[in-house]
Design a protein. Structure first.
Length: 266
């Protein structure tokens, strides 16, 4: 009798030990891609580790959604093809939600929204208009909303140079090979103008918003992965509500990059 009782007690103990491991094993593994060349949203530090607002947001969302996440770097040009090829499960890389992209992938709701702007050398006197930009050379990162905008709006009057990364466009502006660059205003402010190499340059023209620029930055998901999309949407709402988002935001920015709240729909 005592022997049987001992076996039962031992069995219960073993179950108790096994449960945490079993629960951990049930966590969904999710691989997230970011670019790693779009400071301050995503970049690599001196040790080659991925850092930035996108990376911190990704980590926070994975905690809330109870995902076991791995974050990897992927060049921008191949980031959507890589998702469709199932190299990873989600894109958290400041990707704007546009109708064109929604033809091939799905998105969560936005997790931030900031306007685009041009920058040029101080004292250049350049005006943002067809007449003011005529004959000027403008740099943009290729396969972006900014590239789409410059081609559609001023493609007939400017010389457009496209770059694999925003960092390389910035370098050519400093080197004098460009008259202007166009990109996200926060990326230009925090990742360029606030640095020593950016001091001779300034914003020019208005903040640019509108349909061509999309509905903010969202998480890219394959169309069939609706449960993953819904889990990330729930996690975005949770970090906005519990202060996690503000804590991450304030680490990088002196203002709320989330932008206007989405319009309510029935």
């Amino acid at each position: 009798m005592q022997s049987k009782l001992a076996l039962v007690v031992a069995g219960i103990a073993l179950v108790g030990v096994a449960l945490p491991g079993a629960a951990q094993a049930q966590m969904q593994k999710v691989k997230v891609a970011t670019e790693g060349a779009y400071a301050p949203f995503n970049y690599k530090d001196t040790n080659g580790e991925l850092q930035g607002f996108d990376v911190d947001i990704a980590k926070a969302l994975c905690v809330k959604a109870k995902f076991d996440c791995e974050i990897v770097a992927q060049d921008w040009d191949g980031i959507i093809p890589g998702l469709l090829a199932k190299k990873y499960d989600a894109i958290i890389a400041s990707m704007s939600i546009t109708e064109e992209r929604k033809k091939s992938i799905d998105f969560t709701q936005k997790y931030y929204q900031t306007p685009a702007r041009f920058i040029t050398k101080k004292g250049s006197g350049i005006e943002i208009s067809e007449a003011g930009l005529k004959g000027k050379t403008v740099g943009v990162q290729r396969a972006t909303i900014h590239a789409n905008y410059i081609h559609q709006t001023y493609g007939n009057v400017v010389d457009i140079k496209e770059y694999d990364t925003q960092e390389n466009a910035n370098l050519d502006l400093v080197a004098g090979r460009l008259d202007l660059i166009l990109a996200d205003s926060v990326v230009l402010q925090e990742g360029f103008l606030n640095k020593p190499e950016g001091k001779p340059f300034e914003f020019v023209g208005p903040e640019l918003r509108g349909k061509i620029f999309g509905d903010g930055a969202g998480i890219g998901i394959r169309k069939e992965d609706t449960k993953l999309r819904d889990a990330f949407n729930a996690a975005i709402k949770e970090i906005r509500a519990d202060g996690t988002y503000k804590k991450i935001n304030d680490k990088y920015f002196p203002f709320d990059v989330y932008g206007p709240e989405p319009a309510m729909t029935n």
